[in-house]
Design a protein around this ligand. Structure first.
Ligand SMILES: Cc1ncc(COP(=O)(O)O)c(C=O)c1O
Length: 391
């Protein structure tokens, strides 16, 4: 094991070592991190509902009625009523024919891409897509053509070049909101391309669902093309506050995945408590309280980004509650994050391989129940800590 330790020591010297930190209590806007209260600026609990009494009660009620476990994969011990109820709810929410839940976003992306595409097919994938999409492309054994970030014109050139050798299915896959940048995919342009070239369009809306669009249906609703997306993938563990993921699509897509998607077929399905909480989360997202929380989040985002931009920081084109602050190199990034933590602000430094070399950043994520005054203070501390490290 000496070689492993040597590798870890090298990572530490380069400012690239990852370590775990202990949080006590629920994921609120403030948490107790290793014994000290800090402002949590790195949770994807965007609507602030991970500890909402209605979700907690729904999880308890589902557990009391149906137990703590689902027993097996759904093809083995059966689909529970709650799986069906949640899938019907998700399909209605996204305006799709059917839906299928997966055990996590990572399992969904790997399982959807592997289950729908094979060696004769081509996947066109944005260069900044999430790691689970990258791994899904690899597992599918489809030819993967990576296109420059959000560049629909470049994508069309690549599609045209592939056309003469076309054999099988074509699938364009993109994050809706890019998880490390907070910008949005050019969905209207991708819809036009998928129609022109007879391809399927899959949108991973892990960071848009619940948050974007007038009714929280996500990036496609925000950009006016909710009904033109073939495959709506999303997660239940971010704005929806719980755990798990889903695909909403046409019925043949869902039935194909039930027959082909290895993470769906060969893994114990989501347990009742998680399913019950997810149903309550969709109720909340669609309620007046959900709308209020979305509005609050947008207001906070405007305020926080305005303060950082007026301080001269590069926020990398974000349009959402994910606020990256470009810091470039890993050592600066981690030093600033460490200083912020000392000042009571918990924000993550993001380094390769999560982002390309030379684009390290602080990634602050906002929650609807952050207070304007605490975000104002945090923005000041970010500006101050960066100035200290750069001076
Ligand atoms: C864009 C995107 N897709 C998928 C995932 C994976 O989702 P999960 O955390 O549910 O596995 C993430 C997680 O951060 C993500 O950012």
């Amino acid at each position: 094991m000496d070689d492993l330790q040597r590798q870890l020591d090298e990572l530490k010297e380069q400012g690239m070592l990852r370590t775990l930190r202990s949080v006590s209590g629920p994921q609120g806007p403030r948490v107790v991190l290793e014994g000290r209260e800090v402002l949590l600026l790195c949770s994807n609990n965007y609507l602030g509902i991970a500890n909402h009494p209605r979700l907690v009660e729904a999880a308890c009620e589902a557990t009391r009625r149906f137990g703590v476990g689902s027993g097996a994969s759904r093809l083995i011990s059966g689909t529970m009523d709650l799986h069906r109820a949640l899938e019907e709810r998700i399909a209605a929410f996204k305006g799709a024919e059917a839906a299928l839940v997966f055990n996590s976003g990572f399992a969904a992306n790997t399982g959807i891409l592997q289950g729908l595409t094979g060696p004769d097919d081509v996947i066109f994938s944005d260069e900044l897509n999430h790691a689970s999409i990258v791994d899904g492309c690899r597992l599918s054994r489809a030819r993967t053509v990576v296109y420059p970030h959000c560049d629909a014109a470049a994508l069309e050139r690549l599609m045209r070049a592939e056309q003469p050798a076309r054999k099988g299915r074509w699938l364009i896959v993109t994050d809706g909101v890019f998880s490390m940048d907070g910008d949005l995919a050019p969905l209207a342009e991708l819809v036009a391309l998928k129609e022109r070239y007879d391809a399927l369009l899959m949108v991973d809306d892990a960071h848009g669902t619940g948050v974007l669009g007038a009714t929280g249906r996500g990036t496609a609703e925000e950009l006016g093309c909710l009904h033109q997306i073939d495959l709506h993938m999303g997660t239940l563990g971010k704005a929806l506050g719980g755990f798990g993921a889903y695909l909403a699509s046409r019925r043949p897509v869902i039935e194909t995945l039930v027959n082909s998607s290895r993470p769906f077929i060969f893994s114990t399905s989501l347990p009742p408590g998680v399913l019950g909480a997810a149903l309550a989360a969709f109720d909340l997202v669609e309620s007046p309280e959900g709308r209020q929380r979305r509005d609050d989040l947008r207001r906070l985002q405007k305020q926080f980004c305005g303060l950082l931009e007026r301080g001269g920081l590069d926020l990398m084109g974000t349009r959402t509650q994910i606020v990256p602050v470009l810091t470039v190199d890993p050592l600066t990034t981690m030093e600033v994050a460490a200083r912020l933590l000392k000042k009571g602000v918990f924000v993550q430094g993001i380094r390769p391989p999560t982002v390309p070399a030379g684009s390290c950043r602080l990634r602050a994520t906002l929650m609807a129940d952050h207070r304007p005054d605490e975000l104002e203070q945090a923005a000041g501390q970010i500006l101050q800590s960066l100035a200290e490290v750069r001076s």
